[in-house]
Design a protein around this ligand. Structure first.
Ligand code: ACO
Length: 316
């Protein structure tokens, strides 16, 4: 089977940590409301000199170093983000330059909001299959604090900044690999781009998105499992987009699954959109919980609306 295996991860978080207490001094909210409704306690916000690209470069550099590969061995660089600091050069091109990736290495950004890392992984697999090459760098990075209205309590308590990176190897082994993707154009989550007049921060119909998410998550997991012929017991980890702990709990109950398999870290990151899955993968690897030979499912859902699932093996 042709597919990708994860061989290294990296991560980068801004130094500044923002607590629920701090937010409750700025808008009419409370630690109790945020914690019980979302599971979020703290998140990181970029400082003045940080943005989605600087975080992406740090995370990608770390993943590349840990892979033991030289930059010349990377054959494509994909960056998933909805909060790129510049329309051009893309974040992926900024990474390409900073890491001295070869000129033959295509570099592009993917915007599929919180499903971006899954879309990016599928794109990387497709590019390696089309153009040749063995190794791909897939990054998820966000500076969502720059897109939020700090006075809107319905969104400003949810989001955070960060970046995670993965180095994948294209393999012809029998290691399980599959990706499924979906999209349905809908304004339930909206954020204006640079060409919009006036400021247009993130708005979200939270209840509608919650209903969409609790439906999309188990369906995406089921579809990607079906594609590999595996079942839930064959997975060591399910790494879902970290929007809200209640969405993951709902899925665990619905599937009658082992909650310990469903990694959660939104308590200290909030929702970092495209970065949330690779940041979680990096935490699992750094903490020694992700072991070589383990099979992981990653499930994304969010703005667009978009959704998708990926299954791959970790091979250090
Ligand atoms: N503090 C205190 N009260 C608040 C806050 C806050 N921060 N925010 C909203 N409220 C109030 C509301 O005004 C409302 O008050 P009312 O009943 O007097 O009108 C009450 O709390 C309940 O609000 P709901 O919106 O119904 O709260 P809910 O329980 O649905 O939780 C939340 C809101 C957390 C946003 C939830 O709907 C959710 O997680 N939705 C899904 C988000 C998601 O998955 N996003 C993923 C994609 S993000 C992306 O792609 C960028």
């Amino acid at each position: 089977m042709n597919g990708l295996q994860l061989i290294a991860t990296g991560g980068a978080l801004p130094e500044r940590t923002v607590t629920n207490e701090e937010l409750s001094r700025m808008v009419d909210t409370s630690d109790e409301w945020i914690t019980t409704r979302t599971g979020i306690r703290t998140r990181h916000y970029c400082g003045e000199t940080e943005n989605a690209a600087t975080l992406a470069i740090r995370a990608a550099q770390q993943a590349l170093e840990r892979s033991g590969l030289g930059p010349e061995e990377i054959s494509c660089c994909i960056c998933a983000t909805l909060s790129a600091p510049d329309a051009t050069p893309s974040v992926a091109c900024q990474v390409q330059r900073a890491l001295h990736l070869p000129e033959g290495c295509p570099a592009l950004d993917v915007n599929a909001a919180c499903s971006g890392f899954i879309y990016g992984t599928a794109a990387a697999n497709g590019l390696l299959a089309t153009l040749g090459g063995k190794y791909a760098l897939v990054i998820g990075c966000e500076a969502l604090s720059r897109l939020m209205d700090p006075k809107d309590r319905s969104t400003c308590v949810l989001f955070g900044d960060g970046a995670g990176a993965a180095v994948f190897e294209r393999t012809e082994s029998n290691a399980p690999f599959a990706v499924t993707l979906g999209a349905r154009g809908d304004d339930a989550i909206h954020a204006g781009g640079p060409s919009r007049t006036g400021s247009s921060p993130i708005t979200m119909d939270g209840k509608a998105v919650f209903r969409f998410a609790v439906d999309a998550l188990p369906k995406s997991l089921d579809r990607v499992l079906q594609k590999t012929g595996l079942n839930l017991d064959d997975l060591s980890w399910v790494v879902c987009h970290q929007a809200n702990s209640r969405i993951i709990d709902h899925c665990v109950r619905h599937l009658n699954a082992d909650p310990a398999k469903f990694y959660k870290n939104m308590d200290h990151h909030g929702n970092t959109s495209a970065a949330s899955i690779p940041v979680a993968l990096n935490e699992l690897a750094e903490s020694g919980q992700l072991l070589p030979g383990q099979t992981i499912a990653c499930i994304g859902f969010g703005g667009g609306l978009t959704w998708g699932g990926a299954i791959f093996q970790y091979r250090k």
